[in-house]
Design a protein around this ligand. Structure first.
Ligand SMILES: Cc1cc2nc3c(=O)[nH]c(=O)nc-3n(C[C@H](O)[C@H](O)[C@H](O)COP(=O)(O)OP(=O)(O)OC[C@H]3O[C@@H](n4cnc5c(N)ncnc54)[C@H](O)[C@@H]3O)c2cc1C
Length: 382
C-alpha cells in the first residue's frame, strides 16, 4: 500500500455512487485510495435520483445480464450484517399499461422475466383494478415482480466512504493527467498527486484531456422528480409502480410515447417519490412548472390516492447518457493506467456495486467479465 509523498495505489475522480463503490472495493483489497470531487460526495446524479435496482427496466443483452448480477450482488452485500444491510431493501415492483401498445410492452416484459430465473420472478399478472387498491380506471394491466430492490444513492455513497480508511479531497477538481510506464500524474486544483491507477468516475462532467472522440458520445439528460408529504395510511403499494411508457422510453424518443414515463415510488418514510422526465441535452438541475404538472397529472390519474398528498419538494438530476445506451467502463487505449467508469444514465444506482468490484478485480490482474468487456471505451475509438 503506497501513501507516502502523495502516492496512492488508486486515485478516483468523482464521489458519486460509482466512484465510491470503486473506492470501497479497493480498500477491501488493501489498496490505498484518494477520492476527490469538484463539489463533494453525491453532488451529481447520485444525490438527485431514485434508487431502483431494477432488471425490468434494462435493455436486453449486456445491461440485463449485468443487472441480474447486480441484484445478486446487492443481495449478498445486504445479507445479515454486511455493508449495505441497513440501506438496501428488497421489495416488490409493479409495471402497468394504459393502452394496447403498452400492453404489448408488459407482455414482452413478462416473457423476458420468465427467461431470467433467480432472483426475479412474476408474482402476479392481473387486470388493473384487481391488483392494488387505489389504482385509476385508465390502468389496463399490472405485472407484479418479486426480487428487485432499492437503495438511495446518497446513503450508499456515505456508507461506502465511511466504512473504510478512504482519504478524500473536496472541493478538488481533476484537471488533467499524464501517464508514464510506472504511474499516473494526477493534476488537480489542489496540487499534483501520483497514483498507480486513475479512475475517472465523473458522471456527465467532461473538460478533461480525454480523447474527444469518447466525450462526444456522452450527453447530459436531466430528470425532474417530485416528493410528497408523508402519509400515515397504509397502502397496498409496497414498491414502485412503473409505467410501461417508462420501459418504452428506453428505446423510443420520449415525444413519441403516448403517455409520459412515470414511476411512483413509495418511500420508507411514507412519502412518494414521483418521477421522472428525460430531457435530452439538458445539463440543468432546475425544474419547471409544466414538466412537473405533466408528471403529476399522469401519476395521479394512474394512482388517485396521490390527489390527497401535498408536494413538498421538486428537484432535478442530470444523467450521463451515452449515444448507444451503454455505460463506458474500462481503460483508455492510449493510457492503460487510466480507466473510465462513466455514462451510466438511468442505471448507475443499480450497476455501481458490481462495476466497483469488476474494476478492482481488473486492476489486480483479472479480466473483465464478458458483459463488462462490451462497455469498453474502445468501441468509440476503432
Ligand atoms: C431523475 C433521476 C432518476 C434516476 N433513477 C435511477 C434509478 O432508479 N435507478 C438507477 O440505477 N439509476 C437511477 N438514476 C441514474 C443514477 O442516478 C446515475 O446513473 C448514477 O448516480 C451515476 O453515478 P456516477 O457516480 O457515475 O455519477 P455522479 O453521481 O454524477 O457523480 C459524478 C461526480 O463527479 C464529480 N466530478 C465531475 N467532474 C469532476 C472532476 N473533473 N474532478 C473531480 N470530480 C468531478 C461530480 O461533482 C459528481 O459528484 C437516476 C438519475 C436521475 C437523474
Amino acid at each position: 500500500m503506497k501513501t507516502t509523498h502523495n502516492h496512492y495505489d488508486l486515485i478516483i475522480a468523482g464521489a458519486g455512487i460509482v466512484g465510491s463503490s470503486v473506492a470501497y472495493h479497493a480498500t477491501l483489497k488493501g489498496l490505498s485510495v484518494l477520492i476527490m470531487d469538484t463539489k463533494g460526495p453525491f453532488s451529481g446524479a447520485s444525490g438527485a435520483s431514485d434508487g431502483a435496482v431494477s432488471i425490468c427496466t434494462k435493455k436486453s443483452g449486456a445491461l440485463t445480464n449485468l443487472a441480474l448480477d447486480a441484484l445478486k450482488y446487492y443481495n449478498s452485500l445486504s445479507f445479515k450484517n454486511n455493508i449495505l444491510s441497513k440501506i438496501y431493501h428488497k421489495r416488490p415492483s409493479y409495471y402497468f399499461s394504459t393502452n394496447d401498445k403498452e400492453d404489448q410492452a408488459i407482455d414482452d416484459l413478462s416473457n423476458k422475466i420468465k427467461t431470467l430465473g433467480n432472483p426475479v420472478s412474476i408474482k402476479s399478472d392481473r387486470p388493473g383494478k384487481e391488483s392494488i387498491n387505489g389504482l385509476g380506471d385508465k390502468i389496463h394491466r399490472v405485472l407484479e415482480v418479486a426480487g428487485e430492490g432499492h437503495i438511495l444513492g446518497y446513503e450508499a455513497v456515505n456508507t461506502y466512504l465511511n466504512s473504510q480508511n478512504i482519504k478524500h479531497a473536496w472541493p478538488c477538481r481533476l484537471t488533467r493527467f499524464e501517464e508514464n510506464s510506472s504511474h499516473v500524474k494526477v493534476h488537480t486544483d489542489l496540487g499534483t498527486y501520483i497514483a498507480d491507477h486513475l479512475i475517472i468516475a465523473t458522471g456527465v462532467s467532461a473538460g478533461l484531456n480525454l480523447p474527444n472522440i469518447i466525450e462526444s458520445h456522452i450527453t447530459p439528460r436531466s430528470g425532474q422528480l417530485i416528493i410528497t408529504d408523508r402519509t400515515t395510511s397504509t397502502s397496498d403499494l409496497k414498491g414502485p409502480l412503473t409505467s410501461a411508457s417508462y420501459l418504452l422510453s428506453k428505446s423510443y424518443i420520449p415525444s413519441e410515447l403516448s403517455s409520459p414515463p412515470i414511476v411512483i415510488d413509495p418511500l420508507s418514510t411514507g412519502q412518494f417519490l414521483i418521477g421522472s422526465s428525460r430531457e435530452d441535452n439538458s445539463g440543468s438541475s432546475t425544474t419547471d412548472f409544466l414538466t412537473v404538472k405533466r408528471i403529476l397529472s399522469h401519476a395521479s390519474s394512474c394512482f388517485p390516492p396521490l390527489l390527497s398528498r401535498q408536494v413538498i419538494r421538486v428537484f432535478a438530476g442530470v444523467r450521463a447518457a451515452v449515444e448507444d445506451g451503454h455505460p463506458i467502463v474500462g481503460p483508455i487505449s492510449s493510457h492503460a493506467r487510466v480507466l473510465l467508469a462513466k455514462g451510466f444514465e438511468g442505471d448507475g444506482i443499480c450497476l455501481s456495486a458490481i462495476i466497483g468490484r469488476e474494476i478492482i478485480d481488473f486492476i489486480r490482474g483479472k479480466e473483465f467479465s464478458k458483459d463488462v468487456q462490451t462497455l469498453t471505451p474502445e468501441r468509440f475509438t476503432v
